[in-house]
Write a protein that binds this ligand. Structure first.
Ligand code: AMP
Ligand code: MG
Length: 332
């Protein structure tokens, strides 16, 4: 019996990569044939390319058409998938006390963060920032009549703060339909663990913002997503200050003071929106917003290197970097 336990074959591990959503998507499957992984990868790629078109406001797809209608205050019919996402986004705006806001498309455009290749950055005029916030943009402004949507105020939707979570949920369903029940799907560092991923918990590193060095790692269970928002992803420096792509809906200016937030949750969409919202709420708002969103596992790292995390996550993290636990403060 003892000898036999060493003979159990390792489950087959297959890995495929796709370049989509401006990043690298990695699919790792366990215990299925290479051809099954190939078929699933092809199906995922087709779906991802459709979503990149349909959910990106600066592409030429459904969300761009919805934005064009909203700009004219014209009603427009929305597909069931996008309608469900917009309704969920409106709910997340309320649940996050407005720190998450899916209606900041015009503001993102004004700051220029929709064009990462832009060269000459500087903050926009304060009057134009105030104008972009007039009428309180947000998915909560949308009025629904069946599948048709309108808004009394003109604003531009941007689902960037929640899209990867929603896409991970779609990927989970697609993989299930392809007979893949043990996998990790990783969209540029935001990931979902499906099933038991090869019979041992997936060890996911918590990165030092903007570097490949790990602060620590967590054993992530099947069904859990790990979503990170950071101020190092897209930013510019002007007169010694960093302006990054996550905007505070209350001021119209980039949220400052937080380097990164990581949230673990079985609902990837909630984890994604929550990470963005916590980055806006900052260190002072961390504990209250974790409680409001009912998050067990969240971690925030300030730009000065201080760490805040929930008590339940503290119990799961294995620190590898020196002195991290001395710099951390546990809430809840
Ligand atoms: P994430 O990486 O999930 O935090 O998403 C960041 C992206 O969400 C930005 O690039 C914008 O497209 C959009 N965004 C910026 N600020 C906010 C905000 N306060 N709430 C929701 N989405 C935002
Ligand atoms: Mg997010």
């Amino acid at each position: 019996m003892l000898a036999c336990s060493a003979c159990v074959p390792e489950p087959a591990v297959e890995q495929r990569q796709l370049a989509v959503f401006g990043t690298l998507v990695t699919l790792t499957t366990y215990g299925v044939k290479a051809t099954t992984t190939d078929t699933a990868t092809t199906a995922l790629e087709r779906r991802f390319l459709e979503l990149a078109q349909d959910w990106y406001p600066w592409a030429d797809g459904e969300l761009a058409r919805v934005n064009a209608a909203l700009a004219q205050r014209q009603p427009i019919e929305v597909s069931p998938a996008l309608a469900a996402l917009l309704r969920r986004a409106a709910e997340l705006e309320r649940q996050s006390d407005g720190n998450f806001n899916a209606g900041l498309g015009a503001l993102t455009e004004l700051w220029g963060f929709h064009r990462p290749e832009q060269q000459h950055w500087q903050p926009p005029d304060a009057a134009r920032i105030a104008a972009a916030l007039a009428g309180r943009p947000g998915a909560a402004q949308l009025q629904w009549s069946g599948a048709t949507v309108t808004s009394a105020t003109a604003f531009q939707l941007d689902l960037g703060g929640v899209a990867k979570g929603a896409i991970l949920e779609i990927a989970r369903r697609e993989l299930d339909a392809q007979g893949i029940h043990d996998a990790i799907i990783d969209i540029g560092g935001d990931l979902l663990v499906i099933g038991d991923a090869g019979g041992r918990p997936a060890r996911i590193g918590i990165r030092q913002p903007g570097s490949m060095d790990a602060l620590g790692w967590v054993a992530v269970a099947g069904g859990e997503a790990v979503m990170t928002s950071g101020n190092y992803e897209r930013f510019f420096e002007f007169e010694g200050r960093r302006y990054a792509h996550i905007l505070d809906p209350a001021t119209g200016y980039p949220a400052a003071g937080v380097a990164s937030v990581t949230v673990l949750h079985t609902d990837p969409l909630l984890a994604d929106a929550a990470a963005t919202a916590l980055l806006v709420a900052g260190s002072d708002g961390f504990a209250a917003l974790c409680e409001k969103l009912d998050l067990d596992y969240a971690l925030l790292l300030t730009t000065s290197g201080d760490l805040r995390l929930t008590g339940a996550l503290q119990e799961r993290v294995n620190w590898v970097a020196d002195g991290v636990s001395q710099r951390s403060s546990v809430s809840q």
